[in-house]
Design a binder for this molecule. Structure first.
Ligand code: AMP
Length: 394
């Protein structure tokens, strides 16, 4: 295989991509087509972070956006071939516990899973179709956000509903799996003594969840059937008594579409603050509502870290990642402030410097900051599957 690998992460109105040359782990280019539609915008950077020019062209659909991305990449890197495309796919159902090469049968199966993730899966599949059209000969590999969590014990996989619902797929799938996979690998690589231990990873970005990782395997996630459960997020509510939804339907006459909009796009930090879903904006605001939104966010993280420690039978480390986890010293400080009982003690200078280890030398529980890299997980999985296939063919 001599060509490069393209990784794609197609969201509802966005297409995130990275291009890697053969054998390289650092991207030649990364970028984001945003607000896909009549007002789309496309930003591309080279491997050093310097902006690259974008080609003229429509960003009206995922297919059009991919064409525009590819035209821009061809102009910037003439002669660079693409041998395979790796895709982030939100839902792999109960079957997929690892990446898979896409063919018609797998695509049909992933289509059947769309009702489980109606806001994400159809867009992921649109990205795949666009890539198949652009590279009909290239292998296309799907990497699932749910796959890392398929190791959950039954008690963390089920709800307290009649069994028939579990059998029909109403389960706690968990998401952000590519991020957790990367962090688990980084722990094994850089802190081998922790690799056998009990680690809570806090992926805190616009979406947010915790994962309890014991001996490198996920045993619990705060996210469940959908990416709504668990922690409050930028615009998503997090854990909610299902009785609230019954009330909204029965008493306030809200439709499923209105409730979907409320829970996914109007809640969380945005809904609580009434100001913004963006943590930077809230940290800078002097409004009491902004402070309360941050307080609710950090309080729920503290509670859930306690729950994760109980689920794992102890805790050796906490890892912060994601846009907020990697960059907000305030959120890390607030979260850790009440966790002294579980051996957490931050070293303020290290926290302020966003050091890799931010706990004090005497703390019983190590606290780390590890920037996540979901693209690298997709790249490596794509490479591994291609090499596996090549070996099989040889
Ligand atoms: P992500 O979804 O992982 O890209 O994370 C986005 C979130 O990270 C937003 O809420 C940002 O406000 C937050 N974020 C990024 N940089 C910082 C920073 N320096 N301080 C606080 N929050 C940040």
């Amino acid at each position: 295989m001599t060509g490069g690998i393209l990784t794609l992460n197609a969201g509802s109105s966005s297409l995130k991509f990275a291009l890697f040359a053969a054998g390289e782990d650092r991207p030649m280019a990364t970028g984001l087509a945003d607000r896909i539609g009549p007002e789309g915008a496309l930003k591309i950077k080279d491997g050093t972070g310097a902006p690259l020019p974008r080609s003229e062209g429509s960003l009206a659909s995922h297919g059009a956006a991919l064409h525009c991305v590819l035209d821009s990449l061809r102009a910037a890197f003439p002669g660079q071939e693409i041998s395979a495309v790796g895709h982030r796919v939100v839902h792999g159902g109960i079957v997929h516990d690892k990446p898979v090469r896409l063919d018609a049968a797998v695509m049909a199966e992933l289509e059947r899973l769309a009702p489980f993730a109606p806001l994400h899966q159809p867009h992921n599949l649109a990205g795949i179709r666009a890539a198949v059209e652009a590279f009909p000969q290239a292998p296309q590999i799907a990497c699932f956000d749910t796959a890392f969590h398929r190791s959950h014990p039954w008690v963390n996989d089920t709800f307290g509903l009649p069994r028939a619902y579990y059998d029909r797929g109403v389960r706690r799938y968990g998401f952000h799996g590519l991020s957790y996979d990367y962090i688990a690998g980084e722990i094994a690589r850089t802190a081998p003594t922790l690799a056998d231990g009990k680690v809570v990873v806090a992926h805190l970005g616009n979406g947010a969840s915790l994962c309890g990782i014991r001996q490198g395997r996920s045993i619990a996630s705060t996210m469940g059937f959908s990416a709504l459960d668990g922690l409050p997020m930028g615009t998503r509510c997090g854990q909610l008594d299902p009785g609230v939804m019954l009330y909204l339907m029965d008493q306030e006459g809200m439709t499923p579409a209105q409730i979907t909009d409320l829970l996914y796009t109007q809640s969380g930090l945005l809904g609580l603050s009434g100001i913004s879903n963006d943590m930077r904006t809230l940290e800078m605001s002097e409004a009491p509502e902004a402070a309360e939104a941050i307080a609710y966010f950090t309080y729920r993280i503290q509670r859930e870290i306690g729950a994760m420690a109980a689920a794992m039978g102890g805790i050796d480390a906490i890892v912060f990642t994601g846009g907020i986890g990697e960059n907000s010293r305030l959120v890390r400080e607030r979260v850790c402030a009440t966790l002294g009982w579980m051996g957490v003690e931050l070293e303020p200078g290290r926290n302020a410097a966003h050091a890799r280890v931010i706990s004090s030398d005497v703390a019983r529980t190590t606290v780390m900051v590890i920037p996540t890299n979901e693209e690298l997980v997709i790249l490596r999985a794509t490479r591994a599957l291609l090499q596996g296939n090549e070996r099989t063919a040889a």
